[in-house]
Design a protein around this ligand. Structure first.
Ligand code: PRP
Ligand code: URA
Length: 232
């Protein structure tokens, strides 16, 4: 784990895993004060749909800033109004953004505000209320998705089933450069993700304590999709 952990993050658990198995994708807890502040506002049950939507978009942008920190650069030469100079622009693969419907949609604008040229694919999954397993209902991806570096967006990493299924779908389309960007997770979800997709790095704002009997994250923030769209 690269950054300081916040909230109820079981840091020892994660650090231990990273030390034991260097093949695991990294887990980056984005502990920037603005992210933590905005997440706290979202967690509050009094936070209404309008504020929840705005905060999720803002955190999406802040997370994108962190996720893109290591993008490769190449040197170019340009002429400013004053002098010629060598400077840097982005190199490497083009970016793609893949929100998991519905709640991942709330992070898209924040990311594309920073990376306007990114193409956007959509994967629709819902958790079966009885089994809590993901059910796929939609998939539309850019034709060159396998040539892009992908950011999969979903605010919640609970059992991990939905994120794992979305990444399974992307890998079936030939994608091999994938990062998962979430807001709130739990040890169960992180472990499941690392087991299923050890090549995928996880960027997350908080790793909470546990899952309850309904497979909701505790303390979490409730049902992200319903809070985002006002459907409950
Ligand atoms: C939520 C959330 C994740 C998933 C996380 O979606 O947005 O996609 O649950 O749970 P998991 O890690 O156990 O799979 P939900 O199925 O409620 O659909 P929605 O976004 O349409 O509300
Ligand atoms: N999905 C959510 O939206 N919240 C949870 O806590 C778990 C799954």
């Amino acid at each position: 784990m690269r950054r300081g952990a916040a909230n109820a993050c079981p840091a020892a658990f994660l650090c231990k895993r990273d030390e034991e198995d260097t093949q695991m994708g990294k887990v980056v807890v984005v502990d920037h004060p603005l992210v933590q502040h905005k997440l706290s506002l979202m967690r509050d049950k009094r936070c209404g749909t309008k504020d929840f939507r705005q905060l999720l978009e803002e955190i999406g942008m802040l997370m994108a800033y962190e996720v893109t920190r290591e993008l490769p650069l190449r040197e170019i030469e340009i002429e400013t109004p004053v002098a010629k100079c060598k400077t840097h622009v982005l190199a490497g693969k083009k970016l793609g953004v893949v929100p998991i419907l519905r709640a991942g949609l709330g992070m898209v604008n924040g990311v594309t505000n920073l990376v306007p040229a990114a193409k956007v694919g959509h994967i629709g999954l819902y958790r079966d209320p009885e089994t809590h397993l993901p059910v796929e209902y939609y998939c539309k991806l850019p034709p060159d998705v396998n040539e892009r570096e992908l950011l999969v967006l979903d605010p919640m990493l609970a059992t991990g089933g939905s994120s794992i299924a979305a990444i399974d779908i992307l890998k079936k389309h030939g994608c091999n450069s994938i990062k998962l960007v979430c807001l709130v997770g739990c040890p169960e979800g992180v472990e499941a993700l690392q087991k299923a997709h050890p090549d995928v790095d996880l960027y997350i704002a908080a790793i909470d304590d546990h899952l309850n009997e309904h497979k909701y994250i505790v303390p979490g923030l409730g049902d992200a999709g319903d809070r985002l769209f006002g459907t409950k």
